[in-house]
Ligand binder design. Structure first.
Ligand code: HEM
Length: 147
């Protein structure tokens, strides 16, 4: 499938610098919804968004997120093998107070990061390919929410 080639090709360079790109993504996310910062229990240890994002705990989470993206890209041919992991990950995020509606902003921030990182290589088909993969990941995580 064309989607997979586009995703793999674009992640080849970005995936080698996960943390810097993850920082761009989360800087954007906290810009879009600053209230998300307070869901991290360790956010009381920092002042500004930039200060938080350079703290070890936040960098650790950024790195965890990027490893999940990396895992999804590596498993494009068998994303279903990540289902249980992603459901559990969703469960943990419900437990810390994340709302599934926030995933729209997370997606927007992911795409923003890709656009910033890829420049002119960021095309409409590539945008769509990532959106497709992201929606599968979000659907799987969302199954972890219970009412
Ligand atoms: C853990 C918040 C999005 C992956 C956590 C924790 C918090 C949190 C508070 C627990 C503390 C920590 O481990 O740092 C958020 C918020 C998000 C978000 C507010 C956006 C609305 C994501 C996304 C992914 C992700 C999109 C990956 C696709 C992880 C992982 C852990 C984690 C792998 C560790 C879970 C474990 O301990 O087993 N997140 N998160 N997070 N998050 Fe997120």
């Amino acid at each position: 499938l064309k989607d997979k080639e586009l995703i793999r090709g674009s992640w080849e360079s970005l995936g080698r610098n996960k943390v810097p790109h993850g920082i761009i993504m989360f800087t954007r996310l906290f810009e879009l919804d600053p209230a998300l910062l307070s869901l991290f229990h360790y956010s009381t240890n920092c002042g500004s968004t930039n200060e938080c994002l350079s703290s070890p705990e936040f960098l650790e989470h950024v790195s965890k997120v990027m490893l999940v993206v990396d895992a999804a890209v590596s498993h494009l041919d068998d994303l279903h093998t990540l289902e249980d992991f992603l459901l559990n990950l969703g469960r943990k995020h419900q437990a810390v107070g994340v709302n599934t509606q926030s995933f729209a902003l997370v997606g927007e921030s992911l795409l923003y990061m890709l656009q910033r990182g890829l420049g002119s290589a960021y095309t409409a088909p590539l945008h769509q390919a990532w959106l497709n993969m992201y929606s599968i990941v979000v659907a799987a995580m969302s199954r972890g929410w219970t009412k």
